[in-house]
Design a protein around this ligand. Structure first.
Ligand code: GDP
Ligand code: GDP
Length: 464
């Protein structure tokens, strides 16, 4: 019963896009896969996503043109963890609807292992629904059909006409009232488990995967060209259409790297309604497939919210990071001072990241990238032996005990590094460790062990 189902506090924090650096995060098992919710506007996709995430009170956007920047959520159903992708964050105008739907299908192909197609039972089957099915078929991803707005048992007959879509059983649901969601999810997750993870990415597994990200015009294509000279080869050009992701092997400093979704770098969906939204989806898809994100900024321009948003996407995804300040050839003394001030204010979240000032145009300092990338990945992969970790934490705790809380003093009992990529530490303590204290621990860990270029996560487990 979905009404009994709520995400816990920790997960909510992540959904809202807050940082987990120095924060607490539940250690979950690996998600079984990625499920995308698609369908034409107004069928109830957002309502369904909110319902699945257990956020009954959450806002369903009624304002046209509002774009949401979070698209992929951690979800759980009946003990199974999965990723849920919401494609409902756009408002298609009538002309834009074709391309918007095409983009949705594209997102489903790129990101998802299985798809839930939502239709409106009260409106009935439309030609737009049929076109979506055609595109989804081409993707080869398994599709579970949800007939929404079947608000009560008496309306169940509404699902009948959707059998002719040829997608198997249409599941009558009411996203709004929570009806039939359990059966739908059972079926969708079953298809997810069965779906072979053949996203078509036949990537050479020995190469490190890099996502080159940043808002339009910061110089991503220019940097790719500068790095590659002529040394680039397309790795997978799925069906050969312009919408598919293309990965390229680029030799940087004598080493081969796999650059993810370079088609997304070279071709942008500028004229689409909701273009910004889909470009952010594409960025997120690239980040999710990557190990390292090269986050580009145009240093000659003011840093915008969009710049910082892209950076946060990479940090929140827990990727190794190198920050690249491009167009340094355009900078005068005044600009450089402005940049230094910005570095201290806007980038305080990522002071651990290495920063490379360069010019993609002239090639100046591009030879510094490879080392920064290797460094960041080394930190990302790093594991601290438990004995060493505990000896160190004992030392820093003795130097700076946690402040008293209500007459008690929370103490660290034991810690272990639960995983790498990025490094995640679990600390067992006798009480809640304040944010400031966890920051202190993070700072000390970084000073002692390095971790330059990698986020680290610290979760605290309370033992009475
Ligand atoms: P989206 O554009 O596909 O994301 O659709 P929304 O989730 O924004 O929903 C569109 C409209 O349908 C909103 O006014 C919702 O309140 C309404 N709606 C969503 N689910 C249901 C449902 O199960 N029953 C009914 N009657 N209305 C619903
Ligand atoms: P993308 O949209 O991020 O792929 O950006 P592009 O690579 O298309 O670059 C956008 C514009 O910035 C183009 O006109 C480039 O020539 C210019 N550009 C890129 N890198 C540099 C640089 O290092 N210096 C200067 N002066 N211009 C650059």
């Amino acid at each position: 019963n979905l009404d009994d189902y709520e995400l816990d506090e920790g997960d909510e924090g992540l959904i809202d896009g807050s940082s987990f650096i120095g924060g607490e995060r539940q250690a979950g098992p690996k998600p079984v896969g990625v499920l995308a919710v698609v369908g034409r506007p107004n069928v109830g996709k957002s309502t369904l996503v909110n319902r699945i995430l257990g956020r009954r009170a959450a806002v369903v956007e009624d304002t046209p043109g509002v774009t949401r920047d979070r698209v992929s959520y951690d979800a759980e159903w009946a003990g199974t963890d999965f990723k849920l992708v919401d494609t409902g964050g756009w408002e298609a105008d009538v002309e834009g609807i074709e391309s918007a739907i095409a983009s949705q299908a594209q997102v489903a192909v790129q990101l998802a292992d299985a798809v839930v197609l939502v239709v409106d039972g009260q409106v009935g089957l439309t030609s737009t629904d049929e076109r979506i099915v055609k595109m989804l078929r081409a993707s080869g991803k398994p599709v579970t059909l949800a007939v929404n707005k079947v608000d009560d048992r008496e309306s169940e007959y509404l699902t009948a006409e959707f059998w002719k879509m040829g997608l198997g059983e249409p599941y009558g649901i009411s996203a709004m009232h929570g009806r039939g969601i359990g059966e739908l999810l059972d079926a969708a997750l079953e298809s997810l488990r069965k779906a072979k993870r053949t996203s078509g990415f036949l990537t050479p597994s020995h190469l490190r995967r890099v996502a080159l990200v940043g808002r339009p015009n910061v110089g991503k294509s220019s940097l790719l060209n500068q790095l590659a000279h002529e040394e680039r080869s397309v790795v997978n050009d799925l069906a050969g259409t312009t919408r598919d992701p293309v990965d390229e092997v680029v030799t940087v400093d004598g080493e081969d790297w796999l650059f993810i979704d370079t088609a997304g770098i070279k071709r942008r969906l500028h004229k689409l309604s909701g273009a910004e939204y889909f470009s952010s989806l594409r960025t997120q898809a690239a980040i999710e497939r990557s190990e390292l994100a090269l986050v580009l900024f145009d240093a000659s321009q003011p840093i915008s919210d969009q710049d910082l948003k892209v950076m946060s996407q990479a940090v929140d995804a827990g990727r190794a990071i190198v920050l690249v300040f491009n167009k340094w050839d355009l900078m005068d003394d005044f600009d450089r001072q402005r940049m230094e001030r910005l570095w201290k204010t806007e980038f305080d979240r990522v002071t651990w990241a290495q920063r490379v000032n360069l010019s993609a145009k002239t090639g100046w300092h591009t030879n510094r990238l490879a080392n920064a990338m290797r460094n960041a990945l080394q930190s990302w992969d790093k594991r601290i032996p438990t004995g060493k970790l505990n000896a160190f934490l004992g030392k820093i705790q003795a130097a700076h005990p946690h402040p008293l809380r209500g007459g008690k003093q929370p103490r660290i009992l034991f810690a272990t590094q639960a995983s790498t990529r990025p490094p995640r530490f679990v600390i067992f303590a006798t009480g809640f460790l304040e944010h400031g204290y966890r920051r202190y621990i993070e700072r000390c860990l970084r000073e002692e062990f390095g971790f330059e270029g990698s986020p680290i996560q610290i979760s605290v487990n309370i033992r009475e």
